[in-house]
Design a protein around this ligand. Structure first.
Ligand code: ADP
Length: 493
C-alpha cells in the first residue's frame, strides 16, 4: 500500500481556535476534507491567548528556532480539529502570541508582526524535525506564512525539507505583509533577497511577493478572483507579479464546513429546519427580531449583514443608500466591527430608525448563525471578494444573498430571473449607489409581490452543494502538480 500524501498547513488562523475572517474558516475545514481523502494533513498555528491551552496536549520537546542573529525557543501543544483526528500543532511562545489580538489590538497593528510570523514560518521546520514529519507539500496561507516557500529554497537548501513542494494560497491579495527593508535581518535572510524578483517591491519588504515568487504553485480562493488579481483594479500593486506567475496559479473555490453551517442541526439557532420544511426558519426570524428588540413581524423582509467593516466590503455604498432603502417597510441588522466611520454610520442609522435597524458592533459567532438563520436577505456588496463565505452560509440557511458580481460572489450566486423564478440570489454588476439601490428594491419588491419566487429560490439555494469535497480534490491535483514541479517526477507514494 502506498503511504499517504503528507501535508502541513501553516497559517495565522484556524477556526474555531483563532479566526478573524475566511482564512480561519478554510484552515479549519480543508484539512478535515483532506483527511477524509486519505491525506495525512496537519495544521500549525500560533497558540494565541483565548485558545484553551490546557485542553491541548503539551509535547515533550522544545523547538530551537534560528532567527536572524538570535535563537528563539518554543513549546508545542497538540490538539485536533473539531470532531476529528486531524492534528493541529499550536506554537507556544508567550511573548509573541499571548496578546489581546491576532494581528494587533486597540492601539493598531503589533510593531513586531514581521518577527512574530517569521518565527511561525521557521518553527514549521523545527516542528517537522521534532515530529519526524517530512511533508510532501508545505501549504502556506497568506503573507503570514509566505516565508515558508522562501525558507525551503534558502535556509533549508541542504536539508531534506528542500524537497518539500510548496503551495501558497492567497486569501486576499490586498494583505501583503509590508515592512521596512531594514527589518529583513530578523527573518534570517540576507539582503541579497531584497531584489525585485524576490522580496523587494517598490522600496518595501513585501512578504507576499517573496512567497509568490518562490512557491512551486499558487492558488487563490475562486476562479474569478484568480483572473481579477491579474488586473490593476484588483491587483493591489501585485498584479504584475501575479501575471508573471500565472502559469502556476489556479483558483479553487472555498467550500463550507457543512457540519458547522447546517440549519438542520445547528445548536446555535432557535429552531432547526431544512429545504423540505422551512417552518423553523420563520421561528428563527421571530426569535432574532425578539433578541434584537425589533418589532416581531413575519411580513417585513429582514436584511442581514455580517462583515468586517472595511472599504473592501462596499458597506459605505450601503450607508449612502440607507435613507432611501429605509423608506420601505423592512428591517436591517448589521453585525460587524472595523473602521470607526462605518461603525458610526450604522450606529447612527440604528439610533435614528430604532424600529428598523440594529447595529451589533462586535465579533459574535453565535449571533452570526442566528442572523444567517433569521434573515430573509443577506447583503454583500463587496468591491472585491476573493471568495466570501457568508454568501454560501446564507444560501445554506435559505437566506438569499444580494451580491456584487466580483470574485467568489460571481462564482457562487446565480442571479434571479423574474420570468422563470430561477436563481439563488440577487446580483448587481456595477457597484454604484444607484445599482445597489435598484437591486435591494428589486429584492424587496419580489418579497412583497412574488413571494412564491422567494420561496422557490430559498429551497434551491439550500440545495446547492458547497461542501469541501470538490475543492479538496482540486487541491490534491495542485499538490501533485507542485510535487512534480519540485521533484521532477510524479508522486509514487
Ligand atoms: P473575510 O475573510 O474577508 O472577512 P469572508 O466572507 O470570507 O470575509 O469570511 C468572513 C467570516 O468571518 C465569516 O465566517 C463570517 O461569518 C465571519 N465574521 C465576520 N465578521 C463577524 C462578526 N462580527 N461576528 C461573527 N462572525 C463574523
Amino acid at each position: 500500500m502506498s503511504r499517504p500524501f503528507r501535508v502541513l498547513h501553516i497559517a495565522s488562523e484556524c477556526a474555531p481556535f483563532a479566526k478573524s475572517g475566511g482564512l480561519g474558516d478554510v484552515v479549519g475545514a480543508l484539512p478535515l476534507a483532506q483527511r477524509a481523502q486519505g491525506i495525512d494533513a496537519r495544521v500549525l498555528i500560533p497558540l494565541y491567548r483565548g485558545i484553551d491551552w490546557n485542553a491541548q496536549q503539551r509535547l515533550p520537546y522544545t523547538l530551537i528556532v534560528p532567527m536572524g542573529g538570535f535563537t528563539a525557543y518554543a513549546g508545542v501543544r497538540r490538539g485536533h480539529l473539531a470532531h476529528s483526528d486531524t492534528p493541529i500543532y499550536f506554537l507556544e511562545h508567550h511573548h509573541y502570541y499571548d496578546r489581546g489580538g491576532i494581528y494587533g489590538d486597540e492601539h493598531g497593528e503589533f510593531g513586531d508582526n514581521l518577527e512574530r510570523f517569521a518565527f511561525l514560518c521557521r518553527s514549521a521546520f523545527a516542528l517537522c524535525r521534532a515530529e519526524g514529519f517530512v511533508p510532501d507539500v508545505l501549504h502556506a496561507h497568506d503573507w503570514q506564512a509566505a516565508l515558508v516557500p522562501i525558507y525551503v529554497n534558502t535556509v533549508e537548501w541542504g536539508s531534506e525539507y528542500h524537497g518539500c513542494a510548496t503551495v501558497l494560497t492567497v486569501h486576499n491579495l490586498a494583505y501583503q505583509g509590508l515592512f521596512s527593508p531594514s527589518a529583513l535581518s530578523v527573518t534570517g535572510l540576507g539582503n541579497e533577497h531584497l531584489n525585485e524578483r524576490e522580496l523587494e517591491h517598490f522600496g518595501a519588504l513585501n512578504l507576499l511577493k517573496g512567497g509568490l515568487m518562490h512557491a512551486d504553485r499558487i492558488s487563490t480562493v475562486s476562479p474569478t478572483y484568480a483572473r481579477e488579481m491579474q488586473r490593476p483594479e484588483h491587483g493591489a500593486g501585485l498584479d504584475g507579479v501575479v501575471r508573471a506567475r500565472s502559469d502556476r496559479l489556479v483558483g479553487i473555490l472555498n467550500g463550507v464546513d457543512t457540519v458547522v453551517w447546517n440549519p438542520a442541526t445547528d445548536p446555535r439557532i432557535a429552531a432547526r429546519y431544512d429545504a423540505n420544511d422551512l417552518r423553523g426558519k420563520t421561528y428563527c426570524k421571530e426569535a432574532l427580531q425578539r433578541e434584537l428588540g425589533l418589532p416581531v413581524r413575519r411580513d417585513v423582509p429582514l436584511y442581514g449583514v455580517i462583515s468586517r467593516l472595511t472599504g473592501q466590503k462596499g458597506l459605505d455604498v450601503l450607508l449612502s443608500i440607507l435613507p432611501r432603502f429605509l423608506e420601505r417597510d423592512l428591517q436591517l441588522v448589521v453585525l460587524g466591527t472595523g473602521e470607526p466611520e462605518l461603525e458610526r454610520g450604522f450606529e447612527v442609522a440604528a439610533r435614528m430608525q430604532s424600529d428598523k435597524v440594529r447595529a451589533v458592533l462586535r465579533f459574535d459567532d453565535g449571533m452570526a448563525h442566528r442572523i444567517e438563520a433569521g434573515a430573509d436577505f443577506f447583503l454583500m456588496p463587496s468591491r472585491y471578494e476573493p471568495c466570501g463565505m457568508n454568501q454560501m452560509y446564507s444560501m445554506r440557511y435559505g437566506t438569499l444573498p444580494i451580491v456584487h458580481a466580483t470574485g467568489g460572489l460571481a462564482d457562487t450566486v446565480w442571479n434571479y430571473d423574474e420570468g422563470t423564478g430561477d436563481g439563488t440570489g440577487f446580483v448587481l454588476y456595477d457597484l454604484t449607489p444607484r445599482a445597489l439601490l435598484d437591486t435591494v428594491l428589486w429584492s424587496y419588491w419580489t418579497y412583497v409581490h412574488r413571494y412564491h419566487h422567494i420561496d422557490r429560490m430559498r429551497r434551491r439555494a439550500m440545495e446547492q452543494s458547497f461542501g469541501w469535497d470538490r475543492s479538496a480534490a482540486a487541491y490534491l491535483r495542485l499538490y501533485h502538480d507542485a510535487y512534480r514541479a519540485r521533484r521532477g517526477h510524479p508522486y509514487f507514494g
